[in-house]
Design a protein around this ligand. Structure first.
Ligand SMILES: C[S@@+](CC[C@H](N)C(=O)[O-])C[C@H]1O[C@@H](n2cnc3c(N)ncnc32)[C@H](O)[C@@H]1O
Ligand code: SF4
Length: 362
């Protein structure tokens, strides 16, 4: 038995590649779903020895895990270790029928549902395969089935999105009352089809991003959500995302499937992203294998830890990479505060996260 407490499983299949998406995805190849689940099992058999028994969290992300459908998703969950604290499955609204919702509830899975927006024209801009009623219906089915925890993903900064549009999305979120909300600023990679097509509208959105973020924080806060991480909001501390929090704390995790990254005992590994090669040999050589030296690991933990409202401990093992003068400058500027040896970024500091991190890493 190993010591790694977190398992990520990548399920790359998607009905369609949304224009803005930069994840490892595979469209078509629906006939390969079953072979992929078998390949994941083989990879787990070969590499799973590093996992604690039981692991604390298992996270099925994508791509679109819900695209496997209830039978195959059930088979995959059967083959994975059972997590002691949290099992999350990312779902797309159009996949959530009664059978899928029942499976997820029966297995006690937390669901992360990709809503993105409730405005029909903006769903079209994002090339989503659903409409606002479809998103609502998925939420209704998951609730009726009794999933233990529901998180909604929202995106803001969509070409053509006004502040009023965003405020309406946030009002719908409040009405649907999920346990957790992730609200992401739209990232559009330079040179992609999406960026070329929406270049001017994206430039306009970048001017509005700060106001959009303020609106998200204010309205979700007024609705009773705690802003515990730069893009994450939870109704209560028990509703926080345990798996993601482990990432932000720099914990080790094992990643399975194409494109999946693992960080185990000072080594980072990324699997190759080609489906055919993975199906042939899921235990083949990684695309990336690198040693993370202790100071790099510390710097990464500072960068990730400052995303959290709980902040980082200054005088513990992160001390070698922290510049005390930089910390003082942030406090003097009013973007951070220290309290009993813990450094926390204030609202403005978290909005200017990268600049603050650069300041204290010296
Ligand atoms: C792994 S992704 C996709 C999960 C699922 N297939 C879906 O589309 O809902 C998880 C979340 O990342 C967010 N996301 C994906 N691409 C993004 C981008 N370019 N910018 C900001 N957020 C993005 C979306 O909110 C999405 O729900
Ligand atoms: S469905 Fe999700 S993972 Fe697939 S392309 Fe769209 S955003 Fe990316």
């Amino acid at each position: 038995m190993g010591a790694v407490r977190h398992l990520y499983v990548h399920v790359p299949f998607c009905a369609h590649r949304c224009g803005y998406c930069d994840f490892t995805t595979v469209t078509g190849h629906d006939d390969r779903h079953s072979a992929y689940v078998d390949a994941l099992t083989r990879e787990l058999d070969a590499r799973g020895g590093v996992l604690a028994d039981p692991p604390e969290t298992v996270y099925l992300g994508g791509g679109t895990p819900s695209r496997l459908g209830p039978d195959l998703l059930g088979r995959l969950l059967d083959r994975l270790p059972r997590a002691s604290r949290e099992t999350t499955v990312e779902c797309n609204p159009e996949d959530v029928d009664a059978a899928l919702a029942a499976l997820l509830a029966e297995r006690g899975c937390r669901v992360s549902l990709g809503a993105q927006t409730f405005a029909r024209p903006l769903l079209e801009v994002l090339e989503r395969r659903t409409n606002p009623d479809g998103v609502r219906a998925a939420v209704g089915r998951l609730r009726a089935a009794g999933v233990p925890s529901l998180s909604l993903d929202l995106i803001y900064g969509i070409p053509g999105q006004s502040e009023a549009d965003l405020a309406r999305d946030l009002a719908v979120v409040e009405e649907l009352a999920p346990d957790h909300v992730s609200a992401y600023e739209l990232e559009a990679k330079p040179g992609t089809r999406f960026t070329v097509h929406y270049g001017a509208a994206l430039a306009e959105q970048s001017e509005r991003l700060e106001r959009h973020m303020d609106l998200v924080i204010d309205l979700l806060g007024a609705g009773g959500y705690d802003w515990y991480e730069v893009a994450s909001f939870a109704r209560t501390p028990a509703d926080r995302a345990v798996h993601n929090t482990a990432y932000w704390r720099g914990r080790d995790y094992l990643g399975l499937g194409i494109g999946a990254v693992s960080t185990v005992a000072g080594e980072r590994r990324a699997n190759g992203s080609k489906l055919a090669a993975y199906l042939d040999d899921p235990t083949g050589a990684p695309a990336v294998l690198e040693t993370i030296d202790p100071d790099t690991a510390r710097r990464e933990r500072v960068m990730l830890g400052l995303r959290l409202a709980d902040g980082i401990v200054l005088d513990g093992d992160l001390a070698p990479v922290i510049d005390p003068a930089g910390v003082e400058r942030l406090v003097a500027l009013g973007v951070a505060r220290t309290d009993g040896g813990t450094l926390r970024l204030e609202r403005r500091g978290r909005m200017l996260l990268h600049a603050c991190v650069a300041e204290i890493l010296g």
